[in-house]
Design a protein around this ligand. Structure first.
Ligand code: G3P
Ligand code: CA
Length: 306
C-alpha cells in the first residue's frame, strides 16, 4: 500500500504568508511530500504563484500609488471581482510588490513577515524543489502539486496556462509519468485538455458536490475534495474506480475545526488538528492538504506505524 501523502497547502501557509518561497521552503524542511502552488499568469506570460489572479488581498499592491489606476472590475468565471489582476502586470512590476498574510486576524504571527517576501515564479518554485532534491536524494524527491487557477479566463485573454506549466515541469525534470506530480483543477474542461497533452497524474477538485466519479475516472487519476465530502463511502467508491482521494484543507486554528476539536476560547488558538486528520486517515484517504505540514507529517507517520 502506498503511504498517505502530506500536501503542503500553499506551502506551510499556517506559519508563513502563503505562496512564498519561504512558505514552500519551510514545508519542505518540515517533511511535506508535496508542495502546492496555485498558478496564475502575468501580462508577459510568466507563471506565478497566487491563489487567485486578484492580488489585492495577498500583496501590498494597494500601497503602490503607481498602480492605483490598474484597479478595475471584471467578471471571472461568472463572478464580478474588483481589484488588481496579475494579467495587468509584467513580471518586473510584480517583482516590486511584496507578499502579505491573507488571514491577519487568524494568523497574527505571520503578519510579522508582511513586506518581506516576493511573489515567486513557478520556475523559482521548481528550482527550490530541485535544490531540495539534491539534499534529499532521488528516492525522496519533493513532489509538486500545481493548480491551474481560472484556466478558461486565462485562455480567453490569450495567456493559456497549460503549455508553460508542462514546459516548466519538464525543464526541471518532472515530465515522466512516474514523477512526483499531481496537476489539479476545479475545471473539468481544463483537465480533459491536459489529459490530451500529458501523462502526468491529474486531479479533479470538487467543493460542493462530488459529481459522477465514474465520469471523472475517464480523465483524472484522483479527486481533491473538500473534507466535508470525504466520507468513507466516497473513499470506497473512488477507490473502486481507481481514483485516489485527497482531502482539503486541514488547519489548526479553532476557526477551521469542528466544535468537539476546538481548544480554548479564541478562534486563533490551535485546536486538535491531529485528531481531525486522524479521523480522515481512518476513512482511507490517500492524501491531505494542510497549512501545517509539520503536524500533518507527524500524524501521518504515527498512523502509518500503527
Ligand atoms: O487545491 C486544493 C485546495 O487547495 C482547495 O483549493 O486553492 O481554494 O485552497 P484552494
Ligand atoms: Ca489550491
Amino acid at each position: 500500500m502506498q503511504p498517505v501523502i502530506v500536501i503542503a497547502h500553499r506551502g506551510a501557509s499556517g506559519e508563513r504568508p502563503e505562496h512564498t518561497l519561504e512558505s514552500y521552503r519551510l514545508a519542505i524542511d518540515e517533511g511535506a511530500d508535496y508542495i502546492e502552488p496555485d498558478l496564475v499568469m502575468t501580462r508577459d506570460g510568466v507563471l506565478i504563484a497566487r491563489h487567485e489572479n486578484e492580488i489585492g488581498g495577498t500583496t501590498d499592491v494597494a500601497a503602490h500609488p503607481e498602480f492605483a489606476r490598474r484597479r478595475r472590475t471584471q467578471v471571472i468565471d461568472g463572478e464580478s471581482m474588483t481589484g488588481w489582476f496579475t494579467e495587468d502586470f509584467t513580471l518586473a512590476e510584480i517583482r516590486s510588490l511584496r507578499a502579505r498574510e491573507r488571514l491577519p486576524e487568524l494568523r497574527p504571527k505571520n503578519v510579522a513577515f508582511d513586506g518581506r517576501f516576493i511573489v515567486p515564479t513557478f520556475d523559482e518554485i521548481m528550482q527550490l524543489a530541485v535544490a531540495a532534491n539534491e539534499r534529499r536524494g532521488p528516492a525522496a524527491r519533493i513532489g509538486v502539486y500545481p493548480e491551474t487557477k481560472h484556466p478558461a479566463h486565462f485562455t480567453r485573454i490569450g495567456l493559456p496556462l497549460e503549455a508553460p506549466l508542462l514546459e516548466a515541469l519538464a525543464r526541471h525534470g518532472y515530465a515522466a509519468k512516474s514523477s512526483p506530480v499531481f496537476i489539479q483543477s476545479f475545471d473539468p474542461a481544463n483537465l480533459k485538455l491536459l489529459r490530451g497533452i500529458t501523462d502526468l497524474p491529474l486531479v479533479q477538485l470538487r467543493e460542493n458536490q462530488l459529481g459522477s466519479l465514474a465520469e471523472t475516472a475517464q480523465y483524472a487519476d484522483a479527486i481533491g475534495i473538500d473534507k466535508a465530502l470525504a466520507g468513507a463511502d466516497c473513499v470506497r467508491e473512488a477507490h473502486a474506480l481507481k481514483l485516489k482521494v485527497h482531502a482539503w484543507t486541514f488547519r489548526a486554528e479553532n476557526a477551521f475545526l469542528p466544535a468537539d476539536l476546538r481548544r480554548g476560547d479564541s478562534q486563533t488558538d490551535h485546536g486538535d488538528l491531529a485528531g481531525e486528520i486522524n479521523r480522515y486517515l481512518s476513512r482511507g484517504i490517500d492524501g491531505f492538504f494542510t497549512d501545517f505540514p509539520a503536524v500533518g507529517v507527524r500524524v501521518r507517520d504515527a498512523f502509518t506505524r500503527a
